[in-house]
Write a protein that binds this ligand. Sequence first.
Ligand SMILES: CC(C)(COP(=O)(O)OP(=O)(O)OC[C@H]1O[C@@H](n2cnc3c(N)ncnc32)[C@H](O)[C@@H]1OP(=O)(O)O)[C@@H](O)C(=O)NCCC(=O)NCCS
Length: 180
Amino acid sequence: MASWKADNMSSCPTRDEPSPTLRGNVTAADRDAVRSVVEATGFFRPDEVLVAIELVDEYLAKGDSSGYGFLFAEVDGRVAGYVCYGPIACTLGSYDLYWIAVDPRFQGQGVGQLLLREAERRIVQQGGRHIYIETSGRHQYAPTRAFYDRCGYGIAATLPDFYDQGDDKVIWRKICLPLG
Ligand SMILES: CC(C)(COP(=O)(O)OP(=O)(O)OC[C@H]1O[C@@H](n2cnc3c(N)ncnc32)[C@H](O)[C@@H]1OP(=O)(O)O)[C@@H](O)C(=O)NCCC(=O)NCCS
């Protein structure tokens, strides 16, 4: 199988603190962990929080065949953040990053970047060629957009008023390149 690397991956810097551990297995306790992290960000409506938990339930019920992959970053045994990604149905090599969230107590310390880089590595390992992320164009998401930009994503499309009047959908993309 060909090996791939994500374009611009090396542009994400690494840091020393905190030093979270990453795990890809999902347990029933992660329902509460995901709820807690996603709620704590203050970014998501209650219905959106439920969707985040539903993805965990899907994985707990079906495992890898759910089409979702998870990574959890833990600091001192507690979940500081997580990412959920998966292949997009009816595409060859396109992946979606469905959720990424870091508990505000750990934001700005490199946790999100660590999660994203490892998710990218796994996606590339699985043959992913494009990674897509959808987010809101609202002012609240300016730091989130700065994060994606910093991690090497570019805006592929903007859909005006998609989520609501004045709330655009911004679609970010990173192109993965084959090694050598
Ligand atoms: C977006 C999010 C996942 C980023 O995680 P994080 O752990 O805070 O990010 P990191 O510390 O790894 O930051 C990596 C880089 O992103 C950029 N960045 C992160 N937060 C930023 C902010 N508030 N303002 C500007 N740039 C920011 C920086 O360039 C940073 O690197 P640098 O400090 O070396 O320049 C996290 O802030 C979060 O959970 N936000 C709320 C939920 C959310 O928006 N999720 C995505 C929904 S689509």
